[in-house]
Design a protein. Structure first.
Length: 192
């Protein structure tokens, strides 16, 4: 019993000292994983949210490390590493999706552009229409060039850029078609 009274405080002190050391292996692994993810161009382009989450967890870990809250440091380090590791998987999935979405949208735009040009040409025959045909014609010509640029990006493996350009072209075509439809509607309302 007497040894237990002496031994218990010694064990308690050793336990406190053991907890007072930072989990250096976990810290190093987290820092390396987040740094590696940040250097990966696909992660930066296709999984920026996951990367930011890993970086935020790493920053929290650094704050807790400075405050010597080593139990929290270990948890955050493991979490930051896991999130950074999942960033590569997220990037691969998102890159594949961007490729498919860009290819689908580009094909749809190749069909939509001639339809928009036909609507513009048909609008020329509407009596009393007020529409800037030259500007809309230029806009549709620009859309054709932008589709070609998006196709080049798609072929070069720049799927995010291809999708961004194709989405912008889609907006241009939609805006042009809306302008034509509104002008035709306005002209027909004036006839009444």
């Amino acid at each position: 019993m007497r040894y237990a009274r002496v031994l218990f405080p010694v064990v308690l002190v050793l336990a406190v000292i053991a907890c007072a050391k930072p989990p250096q292996a976990d810290i190093d692994a987290a820092r390396a994983a987040v740094a590696s993810a940040a250097k990966n161009a696909d992660v930066v382009a296709y999984a920026p949210d996951t990367l930011k989450s890993a970086q935020d967890k790493l920053a929290q870990m650094e704050t807790e490390l400075a405050a010597k809250h080593y139990d929290k440091v270990k948890t955050l380090a493991v979490d930051a590493k896991a999130t950074a590791d999942s960033a590569a998987n997220d990037a691969a999935k998102n890159k594949e999706k961007a490729q498919a979405d860009a290819a689908t949208l580009i094909e749809a735009l190749k069909k939509a552009l001639p339809e928009a040009q036909a609507k513009l040409a048909a609008a020329r025959g509407v009596r009393g229409i007020k529409l800037d045909f030259a500007a809309l014609g230029q806009q549709l010509s620009g859309a054709k060039a932008a589709i070609a640029d998006a196709e080049k990006d798609l072929a070069a493996g720049s799927f995010a850029s291809a999708l961004q350009k194709a989405t912008a072209v889609q907006a241009q075509i939609n805006d042009g078609e809306k302008a034509v439809a509104d002008a035709v509607q306005a002209a027909s309302n004036r006839k009444k």
